[in-house]
Ligand binder design. Structure first.
Ligand SMILES: C[S@@+](CC[C@H](N)C(=O)[O-])C[C@H]1O[C@@H](n2cnc3c(N)ncnc32)[C@H](O)[C@@H]1O
Length: 332
C-alpha cells in the first residue's frame, strides 16, 4: 500500500536507505587494503562487462601465434630492460609456503633419509625466490631455470650465486623433451611455480604438468601461486590484447593467463591436492573512491607416493622423450 502523502507544509521523508551498506562502504574507504575481500555481485558484473568488451576487440587472428612462437625472446627483452630491478623478493614465501623453510625449531631441513632438500624454481626470472630461499637456508640445493637465457644470465651474475648451492640453466617447462638433462628424473623434493604458469599458452599446459610431475620425486610437492580470474591486471586490459579466453598479450609482448580454481585443479589433475585456494584482496583508492580487486590463486599439489599403473607407464614414456600429449600488469 502507498504511504499517505505528507501534509503540504512538510518535506517528504527521505527515501529509505540501506543504512548498513552505506556504513560498510564508508568503512571500505577507511583503509587502503583489505585481506579476504568479499567478491560482490557488483564486482562480478563489472568484471564480466570489461571482459566482454575485450572479447569484442581481440588480437587479429593472423597475429595471435607470433607471441607464443617466440615467447622467450619477449622475456629476454624484458630482462634486458629491467635486469633484476623489476620483481620484488618474495617475502611472503615463509608465510604461504613454510614447506620451503627449515622447521622453526631450528632442526635440520634435510630429508628424513638424510639427503639434501632439493628445490626447483621453474621460471625463476631474476631469482627473486631462489636467492631469498638460499639466504634463509644455505643447506638446501636450488635449481633455478627459465626459458629466457637473459634471465638465467642475470641469476648467474648475482653475487650470491654459488654453484655449490644453486644451478641456474635455460629450460622451457613446456619442452616435449621432458625433464631437463640437468636434473635426474624423479629427484626433486619441491617444485616452485610462482607467476610462471600464467605465462604459458594454455595449449601447452598438459606438457608442462607432465614435466613437473616427472621432475618431482614420489611424495614431492609443487607449490604454485599465480593470477586469478578477474584480477585487476586482467580487467585493465584494453582493446586488441585478448589472444584467447582469459589469455592476453601485454604491451611488451609477454603473455598472461588468468586462472580459475577448476582450471588449476585440471592442470594438476595427476597430483594429490593439498591446497587449491583463491586469495582475494581489495585495494582502495581513497581519494578517487575506487575499489580494485587483486585475485591470486594458490595451490600445493603432491605427486602420489605410489602411481597408478596407467599413469606410471605414461610418465615413463615421457621421461624417455616420447611425444606426450608493462609493469602494472605483473605480479606484486
Ligand atoms: C612473471 S615472471 C615471474 C618470475 C619469477 N618466478 C618471480 O616470481 O619473480 C614469469 C617468468 O616465467 C618465465 N617463463 C615463461 N614461460 C616459460 C617457460 N615456458 N618455461 C620456463 N620459463 C618460462 C619468464 O621468462 C619469466 O621469467
Amino acid at each position: 500500500m502507498e504511504p499517505p502523502p505528507p501534509p503540504p507544509h512538510q518535506k517528504p521523508p527521505p527515501p529509505k536507505r540501506a543504512a548498513g551498506r552505506n556504513r560498510a562502504s564508508a568503512k571500505v574507504f577507511s583503509q587502503n587494503a583489505w585481506d579476504n575481500a568479499e567478491w560482490t555481485d557488483d564486482a562480478e558484473a563489472n568484471a564480466r562487462e570489461k571482459v566482454g568488451f575485450q572479447a569484442q576487440n581481440p588480437v587479429p587472428v593472423d597475429q595471435r601465434n607470433v607471441y607464443s612462437e617466440c615467447a622467450n625472446e619477449f622475456w629476454d627483452k624484458f630482462y634486458s630492460n629491467h635486469t633484476n630491478n623489476f620483481f620484488m623478493d618474495r617475502h611472503w614465501l615463509r608465510q604461504e609456503f613454510p614447506e620451503l623453510f627449515k622447521p622453526i625449531d631450528g632442526s635440520s631441513s634435510t630429508n628424513p633419509d638424510g639427503s639434501r632438500k632439493t628445490v626447483f624454481e621453474i621460471g625463476c626470472g631474476a631469482g627473486n625466490t631462489a636467492f631469498p630461499l638460499l639466504a634463509e637456508d644455505p643447506s638446501m640445493f636450488v635449481y633455478a631455470a627459465d626459458f629466457s637465457s637473459t634471465a638465467v644470465d642475470v641469476v648467474k651474475k648475482n653475487p650470491a650465486y654459488d654453484e655449490s648451492q644453486c644451478k641456474a640453466f635455460v629450460y622451457d617447462v613446456t619442452s616435449k623433451a621432458g625433464v631437463p638433462p640437468e636434473i635426474p628424473p624423479g629427484s626433486v623434493d619441491i617444485c616452485v611455480c610462482i607467476f610462471v604458469l600464467s605465462a604459458l599458452n594454455p595449449r601447452d599446459w598438459e606438457q608442462a604438468a607432465s614435466n613437473i610431475y616427472n621432475i618431482l620425486k614420489p611424495g614431492g610437492i609443487c607449490l604454485f601461486r599465480d593470477y586469478g580470474r578477474y584480477d585487476m591486471a586482467q580487467l585493465r586490459f584494453k582493446k586488441g590484447r585478448l589472444l584467447d579466453d582469459n589469455f592476453y598479450i601485454r604491451g611488451d609482448g609477454t603473455q598472461v593467463y588468468f586462472f580459475t580454481q577448476d582450471e588449476v585443479a585440471k592442470f594438476f589433475g595427476r597430483f594429490e591436492v593439498v591446497q587449491n585456494v583463491v586469495d582475494r584482496r581489495l585495494l582502495v583508492n581513497r581519494s578517487r573512491q575506487i575499489k580494485m580487486y587483486r585475485v591470486w590463486m594458490q595451490g600445493k599439489f603432491r605427486k602420489p607416493l605410489v602411481e597408478s599403473i596407467e599413469l606410471s607407464s605414461v610418465s615413463n614414456q615421457n621421461v624417455e622423450g616420447d611425444d606426450f600429449e608493462a609493469k602494472e600488469t605483473y605480479a606484486s
